[in-house]
Design a protein around this ligand. Structure first.
Ligand SMILES: Nc1ncnc2c1ncn2[C@@H]1O[C@H](COP(=O)(O)OP(=O)(O)OP(=O)(O)O)[C@@H](O)[C@H]1O
Ligand SMILES: [Mg+2]
Length: 399
C-alpha cells in the first residue's frame, strides 16, 4: 500500500482516538463543573443558615430577661446581652472587653468563674455595690468552645419575701411565747393539784388535765424551735471559739438525753477516738445539733434499740454521726427531712415519745452550714438510719 495512504489512515485513527478521549474528558469536565457548582450552592446555603442561626441566637439572647455573658478562657467578656448591661448597671455595649472583675466588681464572681472553668458549673450571689442595688445570682457554665457562659438573675424580690417570712415567723413566735408559757405553767400546776387531790376528781377529768399539760408542752417547744430557727436563719447568732473538742461536746450532749433514752428502753453508746482534731465552732449550737439528732434517734427507735454516737477524723474534717436501728428514712425523703416542717410519716411516730414539729433537722442543717460544714443521712427504710455532719478540722485538741 502507498505509504501516504497508510500515513493518512494512521493520522485519521489517531484523530478519531484523540477526539473520543476529548469528548469523554469533556463530559467528565462538564460533570465536574456541575459538581463544583452544586457544592458552591450548598456552601452558600450553609453560610446563609449559619448567619441566620447566629442572628437568631443573638436575637434570643437580647430577648431573654436574664443577663447572659460570653466569657473567654482569660475571664474577659466577649459578648453580653442588654439584660446583662441593665442588671450590672452599665451602658449598652460597655461590657465586652472588660475582665469579669471589672464587669462585676466582686471577687466572689471571679472565683466562681475560675471554679466553673475547672469544674463545669458554679454559682454565687452578690449584692450590687451601689445603694439599693439588686441582689443578683450568677451561674457559670463551661462553654463547649472554651471559656464560659455566665447567666445573671435578679433575686432581690425573692430575698425580700424570704426576709419578710422570717421576720413574720420571728414576730409571731415572740408574741405567742409569753401567753403560751403562762398557759403551760398553769396546766402544770393544775395537773399537780389534781394529783394531790386523792378523792373526788373524776378520772376522766384528771386524764384531760394531763393531756392539756402535754399538748401545751408541745406548743411551747414548737414556738421555741420556730424562734430558734428564725434567729439562726437571720444569722449573727454564732459565738464560735477556737479549739472546740467535738468528741467531748458530742459525749456531753448525748448524756443530756440518757434519761429520755432509758425511759424509752433504748441504750445509748458514745464512741470517740483520741486523734480527733479541734474545730472552730459555737459549742452551744453544735451541742444542739447533736441533741436534735440523738433525740430523733431515740424517738424513732424500737424498744431495746441501740444508738451509737461516733466522732471521728476523716481527711480534713471531723465527722459526728448518730446511728440508730429504728424505722429508717425512705430514700426519696433523704433531702426532704432537712426541710422545715417536713415529717416522713406522722402516723409512725411512737405516741409515747411525744410529737414533733419537723424543725429539729432544719435547725441542725442551718447550724452545720453556718459552720461551713454539711449534714446528711444514710438510711434504708426498716434498717435504721445514720445521720452525720462534717465540720472542717481546725487543729489540735487541747485536752
Ligand atoms: N433517726 C430517725 N429515724 C427515722 N426517721 C427520722 C429520724 N430522724 C428524723 N426522721 C424523720 O425526719 C423528720 C424530720 O425530723 P425533725 O427532727 O426535723 O422533726 P421532728 O423530730 O419530727 O420534730 P422536732 O425535731 O421539731 O421536734 C421526722 O419527723 C422523721 O419523719
Ligand atoms: Mg427532731
Amino acid at each position: 500500500m502507498d505509504p501516504w495512504i497508510v500515513a493518512s489512515l494512521g493520522l485519521t485513527l489517531v484523530t478519531v482516538v484523540v477526539a473520543a478521549i476529548a469528548i469523554r474528558n469533556g463530559r467528565e469536565l462538564t460533570r465536574a463543573l456541575a459538581t463544583v457548582r452544586r457544592l458552591r450552592a450548598a456552601e452558600a446555603r450553609h453560610d446563609e443558615a449559619i448567619a441566620q442561626g447566629g442572628a437568631e441566637q443573638a436575637g434570643l439572647l437580647q430577648a431573654v430577661n436574664a443577663g447572659v455573658l460570653r466569657i473567654d478562657p482569660g475571664l474577659r467578656v466577649l459578648a453580653a446581652n442588654a439584660a446583662a448591661h441593665a442588671l450590672l448597671g452599665r451602658a449598652e455595649g460597655t461590657l465586652p472587653g472588660r475582665s469579669v472583675m471589672e464587669a462585676f466588681l466582686d471577687t466572689g464572681v471571679e472565683s466562681m468563674a475560675q471554679v466553673a472553668l475547672t469544674q463545669g458549673t458554679a454559682r454565687t450571689e452578690l449584692r450590687r455595690a451601689d445603694a439599693d442595688g439588686p441582689t443578683l445570682t450568677v451561674m457559670g457554665r463551661r462553654a463547649p468552645g472554651g471559656g464560659l457562659w455566665l447567666v445573671v438573675e435578679d433575686v432581690s424580690e425573692l430575698r425580700r419575701l424570704q426576709r419578710i417570712r422570717t421576720e413574720f415567723i420571728d414576730n409571731l413566735s415572740h408574741e405567742l411565747r409569753t401567753p403560751l408559757t403562762t398557759v403551760s405553767l398553769l396546766a402544770e400546776t393544775l395537773s399537780r393539784e389534781a394529783d394531790a387531790i386523792d378523792v373526788g376528781l373524776p378520772p376522766k377529768m384528771r386524764d384531760r388535765i394531763g393531756k392539756i399539760e402535754v399538748e401545751t408542752g408541745h406548743l411551747v417547744q414548737m414556738v421555741n424551735e420556730l424562734l430558734d430557727l428564725s434567729r439562726i436563719e437571720s444569722g449573727g447568732t454564732l459565738h464560735p471559739v477556737d479549739g472546740l473538742d467535738m468528741a467531748r461536746l458530742a459525749a456531753q450532749s448525748a448524756e443530756r438525753l440518757r434519761l429520755f433514752a432509758d425511759r424509752q428502753g433504748v441504750t445509748l453508746r458514745v464512741e470517740t477516738s483520741d486523734d480527733v482534731p479541734a474545730v472552730h465552732g459555737d459549742g452551744v449550737r453544735l451541742g444542739q445539733v447533736v441533741v436534735n439528732l440523738v433525740h430523733n434517734a431515740v424517738k424513732f427507735s424500737p424498744d431495746g434499740g441501740e444508738i451509737v454516737v461516733r466522732v471521728r477524723h476523716e481527711g480534713d474534717e471531723v465527722v459526728t454521726s448518730v446511728q440508730d436501728h429504728g424505722v429508717g428514712v425512705p430514700r426519696d425523703a433523704h433531702d426532704r427531712v432537712f426541710e422545715r416542717f417536713y415529717k416522713v410519716d406522722r402516723a409512725r411516730l411512737r405516741a409515747e415519745a411525744g410529737g414533733g414539729t419537723g424543725l429539729g433537722l432544719a435547725i441542725a442543717r442551718h447550724v452545720v452550714e453556718q459552720h461551713g460544714g454539711r449534714i446528711w443521712v444514710e438510711s434504708d427504710e426498716g434498717t435504721g438510719s445514720t445521720f452525720s455532719f462534717a465540720l472542717p478540722a481546725a487543729g489540735d485538741v487541747k485536752r
